[in-house]
Ligand binder design. Structure first.
Ligand SMILES: [Zn+2]
Length: 247
């Protein structure tokens, strides 16, 4: 079984010059990538990449900001596209209250709809939350789902709440330089840890393009924090990855 980057956006223009080389490099290093769609266009690119490469797997979703921009008809159309294309997970979905005029009520309604879709399909949900952690955790209580909290930035109390709800936390390479993420990994039991890159974002340091091969750096850092050898960390993370049934 390959090591899995559970959250990347390799369909983005940042990879237009070397997308294929990177995906092939991942394959040679034993890395598979779950590409997360953000909107109708990237959902289609995600499906195309997953058809071309065995080590790219599709997660399909609609990013929170879309909730306030897209018509009801378009949402229904996209949901049937998602159902027809058998995603490995629903993502990227979530709540984002960072923006002014974030229309919380509209986002919440939409988030519940997407979580309902994941539940109906029996696949995990990959969740973005920004300045919305308590609403995310509260909303998840009404669903029976495997949950991956991507780049979770909640406070200690919220992290502990996520742990006791059996959610998974996916950790990006930013952990190399970000002390809050290091603290997150200290708190979360290894059996609830997954790897992500959020490529091209969330690399070791701001401004540097991320790519899925960087999960190897994250493994190193996690093993250092957990005081375990890398083999043990990889073995446990591979067990955790089984929440994605097609891996
Ligand atoms: Zn993302």
């Amino acid at each position: 079984m390959n090591v899995l980057d559970v959250h990347a956006h390799i369909d983005m223009h940042e990879f237009d010059k070397d997308r294929r080389e990177i995906i092939k490099k991942c394959a040679s290093l034993g890395i598979s990538v779950i590409n997360n769609g953000l909107n109708p266009e990237s959902n289609r690119k995600t499906i195309a990449l997953s058809k071309e490469f065995d080590n790219v797997l599709p997660a399909l979703g609609l990013y929170p900001q879309y909730a306030t921009k897209i018509s009801k008809e378009e949402v229904e159309k996209e949901i049937s596209f998602i159902k027809n294309n058998h995603p490995i997970a629903i993502g990227e979905i979530g709540l984002d209250y960072k923006w002014e005029n974030s229309q919380k009520d509209v986002q919440l309604k939409f988030f519940k709809k997407m979580l309902g879709l994941a539940q109906e399909l029996g696949v995990p949900a990959i969740i973005h939350s920004r300045q919305a952690e308590s609403d995310v955790l509260e909303t998840l209580k009404s669903f029976d789902l495997k949950v991956v909290l991507h780049c979770f930035g909640g406070n200690k109390k919220q992290v502990l709440e996520g742990i006791s709800a059996n959610h998974y936390f996916s950790i990006p390479p930013r952990i190399m330089t970000n002390s809050e993420m290091q603290e997150l990994v200290r708190l979360v039991p290894l059996k609830q840890v997954l790897l992500e890159t959020d490529s091209p974002f969330m690399s070791e340091r701001k401004g540097l393009r991320n790519d899925p091969t960087h999960v190897l750096h994250t493994i190193k850092k996690i093993s250092e924090i957990k005081k375990m050898n890398e083999e043990t960390v990889i073995e446990q993370i591979k067990k955790n990855q089984k929440i994605f049934r097609q891996v």
